[in-house]
Ligand binder design. Structure first.
Ligand code: HEC
Ligand code: HEC
Ligand code: HEC
Ligand code: HEC
Length: 196
């Protein structure tokens, strides 16, 4: 009898532990949880707060879809059998958030034209986008916010990109590399200004 009870108790404990761990894992990178940039931008466009939306709009990621319409993109596509890069999952998997690192569109909340949006780096926002959650980093991470977001870069900045240049970046010790997340973030950074 006692043994049975103890077993039941241990079983319940395990169940609770799994129930707590599961939502965080499910939230991170679940395509069903995308909300789109318009939602993030509502709270992240004030100059005083760092205007992340404006900084993103001025960054190459905002033009990632447009870029696929250029002659340069058509030439890169032709080499791998793609005739229209703006319609091919082979390109949009990295040039848009809507394809979510796959070769087919994964959300109807926004279109591929949005390019590489906030959630490609920070994770789909449904479970962390409320103000109270956002203000608490641990809660935001539990809701699927990816931090540090530099973990996300290599999902696209890698050698499977058809225009990959293995010597695009030079590290501090003089080594040539195709990508360096720290240096690359300097080019697109959008910090919240420190409070005085
Ligand atoms: C309801 C308003 C609101 C919405 C919507 C919102 N945020 Fe935030 N976010 C905040 C606030 C407030 C903070 C705290 C920092 C600050 O004061 O700017 C924050 C902080 C952050 C941080 C920094 C977290 C940290 O721990 O340093 C990131 C990254 C972020 N938001 C990304 C996003 C993304 C991506 C979206 C869309 C999926 C989003 N936010 C939607 C209000 C919001
Ligand atoms: C694995 C992710 C990935 C895939 C797949 C991908 N791209 Fe890109 N693309 C990138 C990244 C990242 C950059 C930014 C430059 C860099 O850091 O490599 C880029 C840049 C480019 C550029 C600008 C050239 C340059 O050197 O900056 C063109 C043109 C381009 N891509 C076309 C395409 C076409 C066409 C396809 C489909 C046939 C495609 N890409 C598929 C990730 C990808
Ligand atoms: C290309 C990837 C990328 C995109 C796209 C991106 N971010 Fe970030 N963001 C980062 C990185 C990297 C940091 C530095 C902190 C970290 O590592 O998470 C950061 C930091 C932030 C911070 C916190 C700054 C601080 O000082 O604490 C906020 C807020 C934020 N991003 C909001 C946004 C919003 C809103 C968008 C879309 C309009 C967006 N980001 C788009 C990669 C990205
Ligand atoms: C979903 C795919 C994706 C992710 C994730 C991503 N990028 Fe990019 N990035 C691209 C594409 C596509 C381009 C080319 C866009 C253009 O030139 O218009 C690009 C271009 C860039 C460029 C300009 C080219 C260069 O190397 O100077 C920088 C800088 C950059 N990304 C930094 C980052 C950083 C830092 C992160 C992670 C915090 C990141 N990216 C995450 C797809 C991505």
């Amino acid at each position: 009898m006692t043994a049975f009870k103890r077993f039941t108790f241990a079983g319940t404990g395990l169940f609770i532990a799994l129930a707590i761990a599961a939502p965080a894992q499910a939230a991170e990178r679940d395509a069903a949880n995308y909300v789109g940039m318009k939602i993030c931008g509502m709270c992240h466009k004030k100059e005083g707060g760092g205007n992340q939306l404006g900084k993103w709009q001025a960054s190459p990621h905002a033009k990632a879809f447009e870029l696929l319409g250029t002659a340069e993109a058509k030439a890169a596509g032709a080499k791998v059998g793609v005739t229209d890069p703006q319609k091919s999952g082979k390109c949009l998997k990295c040039h848009s958030t809507a394809y979510h690192f796959t070769e087919t569109v994964q959300t109807d909340k926004f279109t591929p034209e949005e390019g590489v949006g906030c959630e490609s780096c920070h994770g789909p926002g449904k479970n962390y986008k409320s103000r109270s959650v956002m203000q608490n980093r641990q809660e935001a991470i539990a809701g699927g916010m990816i931090y540090p977001a530099t973990k996300s870069c290599a999902q696209c900045h890698n050698e499977s990109s058809p225009t990959w240049k293995a010597d695009r970046y030079t590290t501090k010790d003089g080594k040539k590399v195709g990508f360096d997340a720290e240096q690359a973030y300097e080019k697109i950074k959008h910090p919240v200004p420190a409070k005085k």
